[in-house]
Design a protein around this ligand. Structure first.
Ligand code: ASP
Ligand code: MG
Length: 406
């Protein structure tokens, strides 16, 4: 009897009919002899709708109250799933994140899991019940409800798999796995059979929305392999995220990720002396603005420019944070551009073979796309471009790196 941890995404639970179909899928697994812990997301667009509702009553909803509001979405789906299982003749119980023992820090809206007390979960499992856990949530030391960030149910599932010592977590979604690029933007994209943690992490942090980046990190840290597969197309094999990538190593670029809404902030005329970067980035950290690329230009006559990128939604907070220190550091000007996006090519093979950057830049040049900023890791190259050029860039790079072929 194997214990399996699964996760079902919001689109797989969008209405009562789909909840019954997932319950049926879980019931069949139980009848095969497996014990199941299933994490659920909120139904359909519930989370977006709750956020919109909060914005109708408040210009800047309190982060604490917002977390309490949002975590209800997952509670609705977990209870409905449990009831559907009862009707399918399966013993089941729903648990909120707190009841499942998921403890987090107190950073509302993007809390990190600090530990999981599995005692209650294990009691339910031993009692022979399927446990349906409300995803994306936990509880702080002060018993405040927290959420793990958008898409955080993936992280709930992988963290539970680690805590329950499962070798694998199964993430079920509305697509057939991890694709070489977003199929909505690039019709030639195809699902990968497997991919390494590192590559998946780079793809997830640079825009591939199929997996929560933190979930991949937790998987890598605890050696939990992650299967990403379709909820309703049970014949499709899905993608295994694991330690080694073996099947498609020959093609050294594994995927293209993109972000459609990125903003760039430039602090101009900053005196080039020690401590300036710290003075700029500390207030950003305090405001919980996560900064992606940072570039400091070579200084001229003791002055330099500092440029960084943030998610477009974070631009106002970033400008407020940096605006607050602009005078004290003696910066001349604060400029921003909110109409940008990124496109990234990712693959472990890039670390050892030259020429990938040249091919990427040549491809963008041939498309007439201007590169605003470049950043790299060992296994990734990212270019910042105008947002309206992102889809074309993805398609051109997908073809240039022959990703449409096995
Ligand atoms: N319901 C949350 C969201 O939409 C968490 C999740 O789906 O994983 O972001
Ligand atoms: Mg969701």
């Amino acid at each position: 009897m194997a214990l399996v941890v699964q996760k079902y995404g919001g689109s797989s639970l969008a209405d009562a009919e789909r909840i019954r179909r997932v319950a049926d899928r879980i019931a069949r697994r139980v009848r095969k002899g497996d014990r199941v812990v299933a994490v659920v997301s909120a139904m359909g667009d519930t989370t977006d709708e709750l956020i919109a509702l909060a914005r109708q009553v408040s210009t800047e909803p309190s982060a604490r109250e917002l977390d309490v509001l949002l975590h209800t979405g997952e509670i609705v789906s977990s209870t409905l799933m449990t009831m559907a299982l009862h009707d399918a003749g399966v013993a089941a119980v729903s648990l909120t994140g707190a009841q499942a023992g998921i403890r987090t820090d107190a950073v509302y809206g993007r809390a990190r899991i600090a530990g999981i007390d599995t005692a209650r979960l294990e009691r339910e499992i031993v009692a022979g019940r399927v446990v349906i856990v409300a995803g994306f949530q936990g509880v702080s030391e002060d018993f405040d409800v927290t959420t793990l960030g958008r898409g955080g149910s993936d992280t709930t599932a992988v963290a539970l798999a680690a805590a329950l010592r499962c070798e694998r977590a199964e993430i079920y979604t509305d697509v057939a796995g991890v694709y070489t690029a977003d199929p909505r933007v690039c019709p030639a994209a195809r699902p990968l059979r497997d991919i390494g943690y590192e590559e998946m992490l780079e793809l997830a942090t640079t825009g591939a929305r199929v997996m929560h980046a933190r979930a991949v990190e937790v998987g890598a840290l605890y050696g939990v392999a992650i299967l990403v597969a379709s909820t309703f197309d049970e014949a499709a094999p899905g993608t295994l995220i694991h330690e080694e990538t073996t099947m498609e190593q020959a093609n050294k670029v594994r995927g293209i990720a993109h972000q459609p809404s990125v903003a760039k902030v430039t602090v101009r005329g900053v005196p080039d002396r020690p401590g300036i970067a710290a003075h700029i980035f500390e207030p950003l950290a305090e405001a919980h603005v996560s900064v992606d690329t940072i570039v400091q230009n070579a200084s001229e006559e003791g002055l330099t420019d500092l440029t960084f990128t943030v998610a477009r939604d974070d631009l106002d907070a970033a400008l407020r944070a940096v605006g607050g220190v602009q005078a004290s550091i003696g910066a001349r000007e604060l400029a921003s551009d909110a109409s940008l996006g990124t496109v990234s090519v990712v693959g472990t093979g890039m670390a050892s073979a030259p020429g990938y950057a040249a091919r990427m830049f040549r491809t963008l040049f041939d498309e007439g796309i201007n590169i605003e900023l470049i950043s790299t890791s060992d296994i990734r190259i990212t270019c910042l471009v105008q947002a309206d050029r992102v889809p074309g860039a993805v398609r051109a790079l997908h073809a240039a790196f022959a990703l449409d072929r096995e």
